[in-house]
Design a protein around this ligand. Structure first.
Ligand code: A2P
Length: 257
């Protein structure tokens, strides 16, 4: 059995010159936990060309969804950005990753902090009923350079607000906090600075960072992860993993450089 399953692209949506998302069929045998990633890619010259991608869909959904950057000379994304409905993609049979609720000590508030396509695993987690069961409040922060890069996240949250099952949960528990660094927007600045200054919590009308109640997941650019890791560690937060749950967990956004 090949390590990769062939799946059919069901839809593709381009959000900006540099961001797109797509859905694909899902093998019924492909199981994952919300927040995990798998290797996905294309067959190029007879060989699989694969990269790690977080599932943006939840594990109760029939189709798979991915949110991707487009890198013009990137080996995979220069090709992947051209896929159309009906095309075949390859999906690894094994999902893995640290951004799962089981890697966190129980808490009351879940902070999902992302930049760029680092939003993807959180798109999956905010469609997980258990997340709403286990936390009183979920804060989804998404930092981008430009307002246009927020579109996928805005559309996702809007869609959930109108959803029959998730609508009431989202209204009661999810706080969506988009922020932009390089042009005017209602929330401005880097997530790091907005947390350090307490501005994010002031803006959303919630109490500041508290190790007793807050559990944190991070996904985004390496610089953002490094800075937040240092900030949370300095405040006594301990990183969790599969063998020992902690106050926060980290996954790199799988960006082609
Ligand atoms: P900035 O515009 O100030 O660099 P990128 O597109 O480079 O991955 O960045 C996505 C977002 O992450 C941008 O808003 C960027 O802000 C922000 N960012 C970059 N480095 C950091 C960091 N060390 N901490 C927090 N946010 C960061």
């Amino acid at each position: 059995m090949s390590a990769f399953q062939k799946e059919t692209v069901l839809s593709v949506r381009h959000w900006t010159d540099s961001l797109f998302s797509f859905t694909a069929t899902r093998d019924p045998g492909f199981r994952f936990q919300n927040g995990q990633f798998a290797m996905i890619g294309l067959e190029v010259e007879g060989k699989p060309l694969m990269r790690a991608y977080s599932m943006a869909s939840a594990n109760h959904e029939e189709a798979l969804e991915f949110f991707s950057i487009k890198v013009q000379d990137g080996p995979l994304t220069s090709r992947l950005q051209k896929i159309r409905e009906g095309d075949i993609i390859l999906v690894g049979r094994k999902a893995t990753g640290t951004l799962i609720t089981g890697n966190l000590i129980p808490g009351k508030r879940l902070l999902l902090l992302s930049t760029g396509t680092g939003l993807a695993p959180f798109a999956s987690l905010i469609k997980d009923p258990d997340v709403y069961e286990n936390y009183e409040t979920i804060v989804l922060a998404h930092g981008c350079r430009q307002v246009s890069e927020l579109a996928y996240g805005e559309h996702l949250v809007e869609g959930l607000r109108d959803h029959e099952f998730f609508g009431p949960l989202i209204r009661d528990k999810l706080v969506y906090y988009p922020t932009v660094t390089r042009e005017p927007f209602r929330n401005r600045g880097r997530i790091t600075d907005l947390i350090a200054s307490n501005q994010m919590f002031d803006d959303i009308g919630l109490s500041g960072l508290d190790i007793e109640t807050d559990r944190i997941m991070l996904c985004g650019s390496p610089a953002m992860l490094e800075d937040l890791h240092a900030m949370f560690s300095a405040r006594g937060f301990v990183e969790g993993n599969h063998s020992k749950p902690g106050h926060f967990v980290i996954e790199k956004a799988f960006v082609e450089r």
